[in-house]
Design a protein around this ligand. Sequence first.
Ligand SMILES: [Zn+2]
Ligand SMILES: [Zn+2]
Length: 364
Amino acid sequence: MSKIGNRLIIAVVVVVAIMVAGRTIVMNNQTAQDWLAEQALARVLGQNNDTYGGDKIDVVFCGTASPMGRGRAQSCTAVLAGDKFFIIDSGARSTDVLTGLGLPVGRLDAVFLTHFHSDHIASLGELHLASWARGRDSKMHVYGGPGVDQVVDGFNMAYGLDYGYRTGHHGEAIMPSKTSGLKAHRFTAPAKGMITVYQDGDVTVSAFRVNHPPIEPSYGYRIDYRGRSVVISGDTTKDGNLIAAAHKTDVLVHEVLQPYLVRLTSETLQKAGQEKLGQLIMDTLDYHTAPVEAAAAANEADAGLLVFSHYAPVPQNPLVERIFMRGVDEVRKQGVFMATDGTHIELPASDDGENDEKRQIIIN
Ligand SMILES: [Zn+2]
Ligand SMILES: [Zn+2]
């Protein structure tokens, strides 16, 4: 063997020996363990939240899965516009993603629900506790269509004992009873067009109806701030009202269902004897949007950046991703961005909204 070969083997042996020795020291030495724990906690808990907020819109994906997706959180999009902080939908596991990313949930201004399917509301109880414990200064405001009162009353009833326990144990100064609980804000959007559901300073949130039968109503949202905007589709088929609401928006976040993969999943389940689940999955084909249709919708809306989220099913690897995106590039030449949990998009404010040069979109 050459000299270089021998040296390489020695170097590898030395590195492995150092790693083994280091691991042995850490596993048997409390001082080393304490030091590592301190470093890790400072990293996780001491995150700098300055990344989010300021004179821009931030769109942060806190959940990109539909009920068909393992490993990711379900529907959740955080939008920070100027000094406001909103969360659109609160699907299972999404609060964990929000706090893990260091988003400032203690200054949450409002939650907007698109509709009341479980994959859009399951984490409301966790979001309530996470934001309350971090200093939310009012009850958790939850906006939605008719039915939002029932959801809010239900969470308040289920978590009512918890509210009392927390205040009783930690005291009014730490967990004030006046800021515990959810507060419903019900509104009805017209059949066509948009309705303003929140307005404060430069920030406007509008809602519009989308098509997700038999769920009535099902909404999408548009957030505007200083010349920039983002539109969240909610759950829908390709929809004219959504296209109108998303006209010339900077970012269109669109739900997607890949029909071939959904059929394949359904047929595989039915062959494996899970007929009921297989049929349930087949039924989802009629109230979501195929990737090529979402691409066409973004073109018709003349939207700036199209971002996919709420995947059915969630593409688990590059091969499935390739299948998922079949035909999309041909429809939308400028491409599509596939969000994952943690994706962060920034839209710096622009007083010159018509000037494309100044309409910067930063994807982190
Ligand atoms: Zn959904
Ligand atoms: Zn739905």
